[in-house]
Design a protein around this ligand. Sequence first.
Ligand code: AHM
Ligand code: MG
Length: 341
Amino acid sequence: MSSTNISLTRFLIEEQRAGRISPDLRLLVEVVARACKSISIAVGKGALGGVLGDAGANGEASINVQGEAQKKLDVLSNEILLEANAWGGHLAGLASEEMDTSHPIPDKYPRGNYLLLFDPLDGSSNIDVNISVGTIFSVLRCPDGVDNPGDEHFLQPGTAQVAAGYCTYGPSTMLVLTVGHGTHAFTLDREVGSFVLTTRGMKIPEETREFAVNVSNQRFWEAPMQAYVGDMLAGKDGPRGKDFNMRWVASMVADVHRILTRGGIFSYPLDSKCAPKGGKLRLMYEANPMSFLVEQAGGAASTGRQRMLDVQPTGLHMRVPVFMGSKAEVETAVRYHAGHD
Ligand code: AHM
Ligand code: MG
């Protein structure tokens, strides 16, 4: 169902009145959305804003905790989210893909009951070539009695999330949000400067003929993944009995947004390159929030061996293999992995 003239602010107030979110959670989501608007403006300026290219100085690359070279926009987006969320009084702590450890709220500000995790600019290899990138976020409750949370307090399974969302900076800027009662999409009205509800209750078709995976890694995959994709590529004369189409943006936000909109399966499986780290994508601020959104839209999300949201995190930057999207297709991918260890 499409809705017009319901702003994100009104939507959140109505969720609060319905008893589905607390006033603090409403404020938190508003603040994240405001930060995303600032990031959208910076991304939208492109080369004119002087923000393209690598971060760092004197020819030295800036490397984040993941060992990846940071882009200027990675650093800027992280700062925007930190600054916007530090003083509002609704958070006890923050954690980011771009920061080694979690970040307590400075003493000069009041502390709230929530923990926020984010990937400030996902898909950043696409920034310099003007392809969609996005921000992903996940909200947890700070455990009772903890007012100065450390990394260990963030290590909660995805089922504990109270809200999750992403903002995609594409031809239009969209915020897709769940507070545990469906997945809803908002489009930024650039003239008015507010997010407007454009799809209430996104629904992922259960079946699909479209997959998203970086096939250049094929030779590094495990046997079940080789068999799974091989059977899809065999088309209607193969065991799957239908032709499949493939898409790979290399921005998880953009790929998952397409799947939320029209179905499909997204995968970043285990391969022999990323296996020592446990996978490529990060559980707590990439896989978990996206899995929550996908499940709330009627889809499924798995590591191939376990429901994603049930994974017990062992570190803030823990990595996992990822399969998410149309429910029947994710179940098929999981069946290929059954019995393989
Ligand atoms: P990032 O958070 O450093 O941008 O990395 C995550 C991104 C995902 O958005 C995307 O699905 C994947 O990495 C693409 O990886 P590859 O370049 O190996 O295809
Ligand atoms: Mg990322």
